[in-house]
Design a protein. Sequence first.
Length: 269
Amino acid sequence: MSQPRSSPFSGCLASLPAEGLFSVWLGPVDGPPDFTREETAPHYAASTMKLPVLITAHHAHDEGRIDLDSRVRVHDDFASAADGSRFRMRQDYDNDDQVWDRIDLDAPLRWLVERMIVRSSNLATNLILEAVGVPAVQQTVCALCLHDSLVSRGIEDAAAREAGLDNLVSARDLARALQSVIGSPEVLATLSRQELRDTLPAGLPPGTRIAHKSGWVEGITHDAGIIFPEGADPFILVVCTTSGLSEAEGRDLIAHAANAAWQERGLPG
């Protein structure tokens, strides 16, 4: 790490638990980082894999490979990336009943993309993956030079997981993905509407705009966002945690990092 020891952010990093993997990337939207910690270490992606899925869906629409204004039938069974066998998703493992309420009905792909981000809908994610194809998402990962990341399966694909297919991210790669969308108003607007705000947003002054995607499962809590302070340049903060921390402790740690990053930049509030 290159940060001075007296800085608020270095103090935040120094207070991290001794056990676990904690990765950080803090810097501008158009350049190298100001601070890093274990930024290339791979973490299980959890729902942050939805960021490259979002980017892929919009690229596919722009290139005419899919039409986000078309409609697809909502269903909860999918082909495994491992062997093509069918698996069924669980509603109690999701955060968005609105998509489940449309089972056996048609829904616009653009609406499903929205639900994938704003409520981190797992069902919407697999429907989008089915529409664009997992290989297309991995092609996006490669095109953006996300060297530590991998998107190889949908959510709840147990057969693929047991076959060693997984979804991975690093703090550096999430930052690069966010840098790639700074000129995409629709993508930024979608990320800004995320309703799950107990990680990075919780450490920022109320009303601060942030375009972000969080993710969590047991032992893992991540968030990656572009923060837009009023009257100052936007900046990116990514925090990935793989540890024995509880979900609440992981969320609090990330919120604390956001507050420290805000102070580091001398911002009011």
